[in-house]
Design a protein around this ligand. Structure first.
Ligand code: ATP
Ligand code: MG
Length: 230
């Protein structure tokens, strides 16, 4: 379980996250929605340790992690796919995937399962990451995070700028991981329709605070839309 309590996060002197409480339970898909610039990515970065968090706590699977260095949080079982598909364009797809193993000390193999989830990557192992389409790069970034077999997968706007057919494929992968039931998934989105079907619970952020949260089936979609409409 991931449990965030009264978290504050800053860039220099400016506070971006102002007292967020949030929880992701075992086997659940939880989403964080919000307009541009409200602090969604900053919140994810604060979970990973890339931003200063002067106060608040982050508990992950029973341990407090808010003081740990980023690589230790990754090693504790948190896989993070940043916004904008952060793959290595000058490395092959195979090399990008192998990097995913580094979290576990470089040991093990890229499992067969990765290619079941993302068949397109199997045909492109020798191709440069930078030569893949945007959607394929997003799939590669997610696959690389999965190679490390995280207990919690964090995705920052996986559908941003991606063609509809690949959005559907990514949705299928998330649904499948959820069905397998042994992974928590926490995703940031602005594309509401994408998360309506796959998320169990939803939080809405405005100006660094949670202004609405609830089980996906119980929240009013109109209420969510009002809060994320531009
Ligand atoms: P988007 O939907 O556009 O991705 P977001 O909700 O993820 O937006 P953040 O990227 O977390 O928003 O940004 C929140 C605020 O923090 C914005 O005002 C942004 O300008 C500011 N910010 C982001 N990164 C930095 C940084 N490295 N240094 C200073 N301020 C930053
Ligand atoms: Mg963002």
């Amino acid at each position: 379980m991931l449990k965030v309590n009264d978290l504050h996060a800053c860039y220099g002197e400016s506070e971006i996250i102002s007292g967020v409480d949030l929880q992701v339970d075992e086997g659940k898909v939880v989403c964080l929605l919000g307009r541009n610039g409200v602090g969604k990515s900053t919140f994810l970065k604060s979970i990973m340790g890339h931003v200063r968090t002067p106060s608040g706590t982050i508990e992950f699977n029973g341990s407090r992690i808010e003081k740990l260095a980023p690589h230790k949080r990754a090693r504790a079982g948190i896989g993070y796919v940043p916004q904008g598909r952060d793959i290595f364009p000058q490395m092959t797809v195979r090399e990008n995937l192998l990097l995913g193993l580094e979290v576990r000390g470089g040991k093990g193999d890229v499992e067969h399962r990765i290619f079941e989830l993302f068949p397109v990557l199997k045909d492109m192992l020798g191709r440069m990451g930078g030569d893949l389409s945007g959607g394929q790069q997003q799939q590669l970034a997610i696959a690389r995070a999965l190679v490390a077999q995280p207990a919690l997968l964090i995705l920052d706007e996986p559908t941003e700028g991606i063609q509809p057919s690949i959005i559907q494929e990514i949705g299928r992968v998330i649904t499948r991981l959820k069905k397998e039931g042994n992974m928590m998934i926490f995703l940031v989105e602005q594309y509401l329709e994408f998360v309506l079907d796959i998320a169990d619970y939803c939080y809405v952020m405005e100006k660094g605070r949670i202004v609405l949260d609830g089980a996906m089936g119980e929240l009013s979609v109109d209420e969510i839309k009002k809060r994320i409409a531009i």
